[in-house]
Write a protein that binds this ligand. Structure first.
Ligand code: GDP
Ligand code: ZN
Length: 441
């Protein structure tokens, strides 16, 4: 998609594919009202209707035959989603109706919109910034309430404000440093330089933690259950499915020899993988050695190691677990039965009685989302995280350098931060962002 500010008129089916009670065809650009005049028959003429109104009438094809009847929403530049003239046809939501409506708008000179092109136009018109545009994509894709809430906050500009507050902090330090460049013998007082920079480092670190949480909330996490046969893997999986809100019903793999189940845990869409049958039990790890454990760590965000608490403990080769470090959560299962052993690193749980499941849920929340505040805006894309990462590196460098060099680092940090929500990004970046959108958004 070429991002030169286009002056043509775009059209797309904006509602979901398939059958729906109502479907929407959206048209944006200078010819939007003319297109509507040609398609719509009702008591009013769209191009002579004030913006923000809806009209009821019939939608006609080129021969004057009725395609459908429905509502026409009329918006006038700049008071529309894209900032351009926009009309939305709300018709019956069947694929044939919507295809015929779209085809008619194309006959009348509209062009099929690229994915995300309406939102791109909103961005190019300055109606939303880049962080808000990404929030639109995240909102459409949100599968859990946590993801939805974060995206809605981002759309309201919460992330942009958080980044701007950080930028303002860095700008003040930069000004202080630059003011001193002419008087190097004085130096910038510690409270104007080092202290705010350390605070900025902390803020940036917190922001980066939120990126991981945001990724988890959006994309979900893969949790592998490992343990010896009879450790209680399948039972725990079923207990969690019964305890938590299930996203889809679990389907035992008939062709695969392991079972995956999707559920929502602490606002994160989680795929639980019971490795039974597949040679992914602890025994198999021990047989195959460290490489197998590494592979598992690469494919799972968290690994739950289940050990039967009702039986004498079978020692685990800790060296084999080393690659899982940081992703491993140890569980002592069958905690409803008398404990045959205890280990403070191991969380007692019982699939049979439900004992320990709330604690397990909280431990998973901690591991998946970390210590991020739910009320704060999170970074919502790898692109944003990359920019924040670079900003952090520059601020850290500034802390180590004399004033003159520090000022370069601070300028670089500010530039990196501005990429998160700013306008100073390349066409390639915009292209990558908006091509991830669905058509019609
Ligand atoms: P897997 O081979 O690791 O998947 O283990 P299973 O989930 O199939 O469980 C093995 C055996 O332990 C079964 O007989 C289960 O009924 C039993 N079991 C599993 N979880 C519990 C539990 O929390 N309490 C008790 N008392 N028995 C359990
Ligand atoms: Zn099993």
């Amino acid at each position: 998609m070429s991002l030169a500010l286009r002056s043509d008129t775009i059209a797309a089916i904006s509602s979901a594919q398939g059958l729906g009670a109502v479907g929407i065809v959206r048209v944006s650009g200078p010819r939007a009202h003319a297109v509507a005049d040609a398609v719509f028959r009702g008591r009013r003429v769209p191009s002579r209707t004030p913006g923000g109104r809806f009209l009821f009438g019939r939608f006609l094809d080129a021969a004057g035959n009725v395609i459908d009847e429905g509502l026409l929403l009329v918006f006038r530049a700049p008071h529309s989603y894209t900032g351009e003239d926009v009309v939305e046809f709300q018709a019956h939501g069947g694929p044939a109706v919507l295809a015929a409506l779209l085809a008619r708008t194309l006959e009348l000179g509209a062009r099929v919109a690229q994915p995300g092109e309406f939102t791109l136009r909103a961005y190019l018109a300055g109606r939303i910034d880049l962080a808000q545009a990404e929030a639109v994509g995240a909102l459409v894709n949100a599968q859990t309430d946590t993801a939805r809430r974060q995206a809605a906050m981002g759309l309201q500009g919460a992330l942009s404000r958080r980044v701007e507050a950080l930028s303002a902090q860095l700008t003040r330090v930069l000004a202080a440093v630059q003011a001193m460049l002419d008087y190097p013998e004085e130096g910038v007082p510690e409270e104007d330089r080092e202290r705010p920079l350390r605070a900025a480092v902390q803020d940036l670190e917190a922001l980066l933690h939120s990126a991981r949480a945001g990724r988890m909330a959006q994309r979900g996490a893969r949790l592998a259950l490992i343990g010896r046969p009879n450790a209680g893997k399948s039972s725990l999986l079923n207990a969690l499915l019964g305890y938590e809100r299930s996203i889809v019903t679990p389907v035992a793999g008939t062709t695969r020899d392991y079972l995956e189940a999707a559920l929502e845990l602490a606002g994160v869409p989680v795929t639980l993988i019971d490795t039974a049958g597949l040679r992914e039990t602890l025994d198999a790890i021990e047989a195959a050695g460290v490489s197998r454990a590494r592979e598992l760590a690469e494919n799972a965000d968290l690994v739950l190691l289940l050990e039967d608490g009702s039986q004498p403990r079978e020692p685990v080769d800790e060296a084999l677990l080393a690659p899982l470090e940081g992703r491993l959560l140890r569980l002592r299962t069958k905690a409803d039965l008398p404990a045959a052993w205890e280990d403070e690193r191991s969380l007692p749980v019982s699939a049979a009685s439900g004992l320990g499941l709330p604690e397990l849920r909280e431990a998973l929340r901690q591991r998946l989302l970390g210590d991020v505040a739910l009320a704060e805006a999170w970074l919502s894309s790898p692109r944003q995280a990359d920019a924040a990462e670079r900003a952090l590196a520059h601020v850290r460098a500034a802390l180590e350098l004399p004033d003159e060099l520090a000022s370069y680092e601070l300028e670089a940090a500010l530039e990196a931060l501005a990429e998160i929500h700013g306008r100073n990004v390349s066409e390639d970046v915009l292209d990558a962002i908006f091509s991830n959108f669905c058509v019609g958004k």
